[in-house]
Design a protein around this ligand. Structure first.
Ligand SMILES: NC(=O)CC[C@H](N)C(=O)O
Length: 363
């Protein structure tokens, strides 16, 4: 095993939940996805780093994850967009990385036993017993992680997907919708896709009161993705509750889980979660199957939801709930990532559905 990233590793240790990610590409979007706070990400793809990094692929301004675990670190980089090597990028951001690890063996163990708390330490004097003891001193359950990743004051977002990369443009009619986006750890590509679909967005902190949002008279509200246990952030569930039925809402991942709780449902921790860009999801209403980007450790238990709430999508790998709707309340949500980054773009049309939901409430 060999460390990379932060050079003065000495004396450092991190305790985090170890999750495996099955994406073949997109390590930079993964590193900068705030939803990975509290976790070590182990990539199942054996060769990482070959395209380096570039500043257009960041999903937030920081790396919030605890560390990166990989099989093999590319010895060179080759890509026209590359500005830096993966190792240098992690070094500058003080993120630990480790390579030459048997990632296949760890993945098999996590699939069998469920996700585990890991320790990444450079304190060579630590015994295996010490490390085991340390791993038992922390848990992701019950910890509020969104407080550390949310913005601290509201700001406007204007950037669209760059025209070279944009797609799905024929469904747009140019009308502008004012959207308030709750930042529980929001990924930039959610904001870019909303902007490309004609939204004018104000991003607000996780603690932004519902009453302030209503004063701003938005056409719709987005509840973003975000790290950790949805049961550890009752203040966010309360905000969602206060907005339900008053304005069209769209929840993505953490936002979906908070909506599930606000509607009276329960969430539970999954065995090893879903992390990767190759999960098939079926829209039960149309029968359409999308290959989706996923990143979550918790899920909504549909059996606990009240009457009127529809399960709209299911994950075809394990049958878990992947989307909800409550049409009369103008609520829609997805457990996975229509914004991709990284991953397939199949579900981008969902942003059009949100626009339609906002249009309907104008009538
Ligand atoms: N990507 C996300 O929003 C993650 C959702 C949630 N906090 C989980 O880990 O289940």
């Amino acid at each position: 095993m060999a460390p990379f990233g932060e050079p003065s590793h000495l004396g450092r240790k991190e305790l985090k939940l170890v999750v495996f990610n099955t994406s073949l590409t997109g390590y930079q979007e993964i590193l900068t996805d705030p939803s990975y706070a509290g976790q070590f990400v182990l990539m199942t793809c054996p060769h990482i780093g070959n395209t380096g990094v570039n500043f257009g692929d960041e999903e937030s301004s920081q790396c919030f994850l605890g560390g990166l675990v990989i099989r093999s670190l590319s010895i060179g980089t080759s890509n026209w967009r590359c500005v830096e090597s993966l190792g240098d990028y992690l070094t500058k951001r003080n993120i630990m990385g480790i390579y030459d690890v048997d990632t296949r063996a760890i993945t098999r163990r996590l699939r069998q036993d469920g996700s585990l708390i890991g320790v990444l330490s450079t304190e060579e004097s630590r015994t295996d017993g010490d490390l085991l003891q340390m791993s038992r001193s922390w848990d992701i359950v019950g910890v509020d992680l969104i407080g550390d990743v949310s913005c601290t004051s509201p700001y406007e977002w204007v950037d669209k997907t760059e025209s070279d990369w944009d797609f799905n443009t024929n469904k747009r009619d140019g009308k502008t919708f004012n959207v308030i986006a709750y930042d529980f750890g929001i990924k930039h590509n959610i904001l870019r896709r909303l902007a490309s679909h004609g939204c004018k967005i104000t991003v607000v902190p996780a603690t932004w009161p519902a009453s302030e949002t209503l004063i701003m008279k938005p056409d719709g509200v987005l509840f973003s993705n975000g790290p950790g246990d949805p049961s550890a952030v009752p203040y966010a569930v309360q905000t969602v509750k206060e907005l339900l039925g008053k304005v069209p809402v769209f929840g993505i991942c953490m936002g979906h889980q908070l909506l599930g709780q606000a509607l009276g449902g329960k969430t539970f921790k999954m065995k090893f979660g879903h992390h990767g860009g190759n999960h098939p999801v079926r829209d039960i209403r149309s029968g359409r199957v999308d290959i989706s980007a996923q990143n979550h450790n918790y899920a909504v238990d549909p059996a606990t939801l009240p009457e009127g709430v529809e399960v709209t999508h299911i994950n075809l790998n394990d049958g878990t709930c992947a989307g909800l709707a409550f049409p009369s309340m103008k609520i829609m949500s997805l457990q996975y990532h229509p914004e991709a980054s990284p991953g397939p773009h199949d579900s981008d049309l969902v942003f059009t559905e949100f626009i339609e939901l906002m249009k309907q409430s104008e009538l």
